[in-house]
Ligand binder design. Structure first.
Ligand SMILES: Cc1cc2nc3c(=O)[nH]c(=O)nc-3n(C[C@H](O)[C@H](O)[C@H](O)COP(=O)(O)OP(=O)(O)OC[C@H]3O[C@@H](n4cnc5c(N)ncnc54)[C@H](O)[C@@H]3O)c2cc1C
Length: 451
């Protein structure tokens, strides 16, 4: 995995060596857990905080993603407007504050994660996609974001692909980062604030213990006043979480670094993140050493919500991605791929996180980021802390926070529903975006499937 194969990778923290007692246990050492631990200490330095991580810090989605850090908390403005039209102004204000908070923390803690506020290009690869992109640009402008509409020539002057028909350049609230370096830097920041981190320490059980909670691990039990579950797509002891999300595999390729001539052949001087405008979309970007990271398209669900390291590779999807890459950039024919991997995202029916508590308010969680959690997890961690410690917080009054995503049905209906939806989305893409009866039914119910 490109980001995790780095000389900046730290030696792991020791696993938990026995029982202990603290104020707050955070379960999960990805962005959600690390932001929760940092903000818990920033709020109250006297609070004792332990993070336990089943594997290694950043080894799951947080170290495997595309590194698009978006300010959006709603998986895009269109989704936010469709679901929370009355409070989207307030949500967007929180989104701007959250994005600025990420930038400020990176500066304050001196985290070298290649943060580049390049903005993102949304590109149309067929004319039918242009209307939707232009509508999206008008919406972004209405919410105060700087956005340019580019015709095919203007777009190809930015990044040269013969497949492009036009697009938009969203200039605000979109940064490219190296996600593993961000997560490792956040772990260092947490430690500098006094957070204790134990890697290779899976939580095996969660239960009440009088007025407190008990977090059981193989090597000992932690008694604590409160718990934040930051376990993303993984199976949870809180059943509501398992109903609200499905684990969906997303796959990625990275090329060898481009030579100066290869880079010149595609332009890309402004180094924007790029995604295309189909339901099954690709996302791609340059890394700091000028590789192209190229991911997306297939979003694969395995029966029974299966997650397993054997699913991290998919020859079929990786080959498909490679074909699509050379269709987009034929001038790079002959370039090889140095890395390929996959990772699991917590897809929810509303494409954005749901927030909740369990065990009479002693346990808080935020799950369901659906492929856009690099930035939004910091906000989710903030909401978890407010649920536990600050009932007067304005954020808790948002409908987006109070109401949860509609759950997925149990198997086998779950698998059938996801497969039907995946096929219907592919068909819509092949049919100039026209949505068939199944997708229209889901749209009417406010349900969907995305990555
Ligand atoms: C291939 C891919 C590409 C993506 N691209 C983007 C992108 O470009 N932009 C974007 O915004 N988002 C993207 N995402 C989504 C983004 O990576 C996630 O939303 C985000 O990293 C979620 O962070 P997290 O901390 O909640 O989850 P994770 O990083 O998955 O962390 C959860 C952690 O909890 C641990 N855990 C689980 N159960 C237990 C237990 N019982 N005990 C202890 N620990 C446990 C796991 O080991 C894991 O490390 C992508 C995701 C993938 C997989």
């Amino acid at each position: 995995m490109l980001w995790l194969d780095s000389p900046q990778r730290r030696a792991p923290e020791p696993s938990l060596g026995g029982g202990t007692t603290v104020d707050l246990v955070v379960v999960g050492g990805g962005f959600s857990g690390l932001w929760a631990a940092i903000q818990a200490k920033e709020d109250d330095p006297s609070r004792s905080v332990i993070v336990i991580e089943a594997g290694l810090i950043a080894d799951q989605a947080s170290g495997r993603n595309g590194g698009f850090c978006s300010s959006s908390l709603t998986h895009g403005l269109e989704n936010g407007l469709a679901r929370w039209p009355k409070e989207l102004d307030r949500i967007e204000a929180a989104a701007r504050e959250n994005f600025a908070g990420i930038r400020a923390s990176i500066e304050r803690y001196g985290i070298d994660c290649g943060w580049e506020e390049t903005g993102t290009l949304a590109v149309a690869t067929a004319p039918w996609q242009l209307d939707g992109l232009h509508e999206g640009a008008r919406l972004a402008a209405r919410y105060g974001q700087r956005v340019d509409i580019l015709d095919a020539d203007q777009l190809r002057a930015e990044v040269d692909s013969p497949t492009y028909c036009g697009g938009t350049w969203l200039r605000d609230g979109e940064a490219m980062i190296d996600p593993a370096r961000l997560a490792w830097g956040l772990a260092d920041a947490a430690r500098s604030l006094g957070v204790v981190i134990h890697e290779r320490t899976p939580m095996t059980d969660l239960s009440r213990s009088g007025a407190a909670m008990s977090v059981r691990t193989a090597s000992g039990t932690i008694r604590c006043g409160a718990v934040i579950l930051a376990t993303n797509a993984f199976r949870s002891p809180v059943k509501a979480i398992n109903r609200m999300i499905v684990p969906v595999y997303d796959y990625v390729l990275a090329t060898e670094p481009l030579s100066a001539t290869q880079l010149e052949s595609i332009g890309w001087q402004n180094r924007q993140g790029i995604s295309d405008a189909t339901n099954q979309f690709h996302y791609y970007r340059l890394t700091s050493d000028n590789r192209i990271l190229w991911g997306g398209y297939d979003a694969v669900y395995h029966y029974g919500s299966k997650i397993d390291p054997s699913l991290d590779q998919s020859d079929v999807t990786h080959l498909k991605l490679a074909d699509h890459f050379f269709e987009t950039f034929p001038q790079l024919e002959g370039l090889s791929f140095s890395h390929r991997w996959g990772g699991v995202i917590d897809t929810s029916t509303r494409f954005s996180a749901s927030f909740g508590t369990a065990f009479d308010g002693r346990v808080a969680y935020a799950v369901g980021y659906t492929g856009l959690g690099v930035g939004a997890t910091r906000f989710g961690a903030r909401v978890c802390l407010d649920l536990l410690y600050r009932p007067e917080s304005d954020l808790l009054a948002l409908k987006m926070v109070q109401r949860k995503a509609i759950p997925f049905p149990p198997e086998p209906v779950r698998w059938v529903g996801v497969e039907l939806t995946r096929r219907a989305l592919a068909k819509a893409d092949a049919n100039e975006g026209r949505r068939g009866p199944w997708l229209r039914l889901l749209d009417g119910l406010g349900l969907g499937f995305d990555s």
